[in-house]
Design a protein around this ligand. Structure first.
Ligand SMILES: *Cc1c(COP(=O)(O)O)cnc(C)c1O
Length: 473
């Protein structure tokens, strides 16, 4: 067919099908149905533009002029890109369980069901079914939080950064807040305690030194302008050696005597004993409240294993102040988050089920022996598919909690490691893994692409994914 077309540009341009004839082609009907005329036309336009460039530069027609099935394929590729989701599932085999860049905590099946249901149907978000009157959206979880932490009341906002901002704004705007110099942390991004203080309109009063702060430092800093003492859990770094910090119980006593509030930013507050997983015990909100802290804030998607949110628990009178502050309206959570959070907290009513129900706990709970067995099965099945360009071996590695939680605690784990051999390239392999149906994200270390198996969800699915990747090489 193409040999009949003389090679002059004019003749080639004339040989290009018109937009109208392309749109009328029956083969395009399914695309028109799915993506609509405007999108299909735009995609055809771009193909025709490329074709005209080809004629101008190389004096030839694109291959699809002779083979219309090719054009259909290009259009499908182009159109489906617009409809593909960028927030799709990936495999987090990075060795960091709570990976902020990969969305932190995976949710329990109960939380997923709860979110789906409130997305699909109306739900009494701000409605008391029993009384038939208007209710408060935080009521969905306040009963649970009270049972789990012994708090008088609670307030839920978008994340823990928002929780800290709200606490400071409602309790201490225009006044002084005393913080130990050892606790002026940066959490990441633009979240630094001094900045958040300024944003909340508080005056930061620093006391003590980086490594040691004593009760008398706090005592001497209290003036008639002091609204609160704030404790910040330095969860993302660790100072050792000659150190001193004042315990909440003693600060609580001081604050009560002087009529000021004690507030605490716990960061990744855990509600359960993490020592059974080989992690360190985190200070819990319930322990803080028992020690006399007035307000405690913590994240919903760190060690709690729920959705992104910030929880503030504590004294009813202070929580009332938070709830009626204008910022609360700006920082409040939507029904999806509250539904997931409620479902997550329900698991904590029976802590023995946590390892089974909460994905992050299930991942913490895996033993290195179990991971080694999984690794051996994967290695046996995959090695022939990746040879000879890549070799696969198992190495011992260390899983981190992540999200700034317990930076110096590691869980012994096993990594499936890919080494480049003849003709192989680790950079290419890493790219290839990232382009998978469900991208596989590992970690480059010591000339290997390492997949920490503690992060896997389903062994059979990972095997299928990696097998496909191996065959495609
Ligand atoms: C993580 C953390 C925050 C921020 O919490 P987000 O939920 O990520 O907003 C604040 N303070 C401390 C001490 C933290 O560890």
């Amino acid at each position: 067919m193409m040999t009949q077309v003389p090679d002059t540009p004019q003749a080639l341009y004339r040989a290009l099908p018109s937009m109208d004839s392309l749109l009328a082609d029956a083969a395009l009907a399914p695309l028109l149905q799915r993506y609509g005329k405007a999108a299909v036309k735009a995609a055809l336009d771009s193909q025709l533009r490329t074709a005209r460039e080809l004629i101008a530069q190389e004096r030839r027609l694109p291959a699809w002029c002779a083979n219309p099935a090719l054009l259909n394929g290009y259009l499908v590729d182009q159109l489906s890109k617009d409809y593909s989701h960028s927030l799709k599932p990936v495999w987090n085999l990075t060795g960091t369980i709570l990976h902020t860049n990969l969305g932190r905590a995976q949710q329990s099946e109960a939380a997923i069901r709860a979110v789906t249901s409130v997305m699909r149907y109306p739900t009494p978000l701000e409605f008391e079914l029993a009384a038939g009157e208007r209710g408060h959206r935080d009521n969905a979880i306040s009963g649970l939080i009270q049972r789990l932490t012994g708090a008088e009341a609670c307030c839920v906002v978008n994340n823990n950064a928002a929780a800290v901002l709200l606490m400071l704004s409602a309790v201490a705007a225009g006044k002084e807040v005393i913080v130990s110099r050892g606790e002026l942390v940066e959490i990441g991004g633009a979240f630094r305690i001094p900045d958040i203080m300024r944003q909340a309109g508080c005056t930061l009063v620093e006391v003590g030194s980086t490594n040691r702060t004593h009760l008398k430092d706090y005592e001497q800093a209290i003036t008639e302008n002091t609204a609160a003492i704030m404790k910040v859990h330095t969860s993302n770094y660790h100072i050792s050696g000659f150190t001193a910090a004042v315990e909440e119980a003693r600060l609580g006593q001081l604050c009560r005597e002087r009529g000021i509030s004690l507030i605490s930013d716990l960061g990744s507050g855990s509600l359960t004993d993490l020592r059974r997983f080989g992690l360190k015990q985190e200070p819990t909100p319930q322990a803080m409240l028992a020690d006399g802290v007035d307000l405690v804030s913590f994240s919903g998607d760190k060690l709690l294993g729920g959705p992104q949110s910030g929880l503030i628990v504590g004294k009813q009178a202070l929580i009332n102040k938070l709830q009626s502050h204008p910022l609360k309206r700006a920082l409040r959570c939507d029904k999806l988050i509250l539904a997931a959070l409620e479902a997550t907290l329900i698991h904590y009513l029976n802590p023995e089920t946590l390892d089974r129900e909460l994905p992050i706990m299930a991942k913490f709970a895996r033993s290195q022996a179990e991971l080694r067995q999984i690794g051996e099965r994967l290695q046996r099945a995959l090695a022939p598919l990746f040879a000879p360009s890549y070799g696969i071996e198992l190495v011992e590695c260390q899983t981190q909690v992540g999200s700034g939680s317990q930076p110096d605690t590691f869980l012994p784990s096993i990594a499936l490691c890919f080494n480049a051999q003849e003709g192989g390239s680790l950079t290419l392999l890493e790219q290839h893994f990232k382009q998978a149906q469900r991208p596989v994200i590992g970690r480059m270390a010591q000339d290997q692409l390492r997949l920490d198996l503690r992060g896997i969800d389903d062994e059979a699915e990972l095997l299928a994914e990696l097998s496909t990747l191996g065959v495609q090489l």
